[in-house]
Write a protein that binds this ligand. Structure first.
Ligand code: RB5
Length: 156
């Protein structure tokens, strides 16, 4: 399934890869919203992770892409937002499984570890692989229940 629009964000370490991916995403028929950053000047990754993750969390965008140097910091921030399932993927297999099993809605890339050609393959696979549902839905439901419990919204 192709999402119709996507939001992408990066820090300075992810900026070059973000710029390389934008035309590729547009070629895939997606409307791309760029949440920044806009240069290789040093910035703080939580600011950009929050912009993208909040947009996905509240449903303004069905999917997002985040890029920092390792992908670790972006993952840490994004997965604090309700309903966000951010997956750091370093190859196509991880991208495929993050969709089939985890229904990942944010793809996290490592700008200092993953070259543009590999990143494009990862992105294509991630965007075109459907969620399998079934036993995997039961597991996602458990993530949702945990999220609610930790937010204090249920007495479980
Ligand atoms: C920036 O130097 C770097 O710390 C950041 O891009 C990211 O890798 C953090 O997880």
């Amino acid at each position: 399934m192709n999402a119709e629009k996507i939001i992408i964000g990066a820090d300075h370490a992810g900026y070059p890869l973000k710029e390389a991916l934008k035309p590729f995403l547009a070629e895939m028929g997606l409307a791309v919203a760029d949440a920044g950053t806009d240069s290789e000047r040093a910035v703080d990754y939580p600011d950009f992770a929050a912009k993208v993750a909040e947009a996905v969390s509240v449903g303004v965008f069905p999917r997002g892409i985040l890029i920092c140097g390792t992908g670790v910091g972006m993952s840490m921030v994004a997965n604090r937002f309700p309903g966000v399932r951010a997956a750091l993927c370093r190859d196509e297999e991880e991208a495929r499984i993050s969709r089939m099993h985890n229904d990942a809605n944010i793809l996290v890339l490592a700008g200092r570890k993953t070259d543009a050609e590999t990143a494009m393959k990862i992105v294509r696979t991630w965007l075109t692989t459907p969620f399998e549902g079934g036993r995997h839905q039961r597991r996602l439901d458990k993530i949702g229940e945990t999220e609610l419990r930790l937010s204090g919204k249920t007495g479980l």
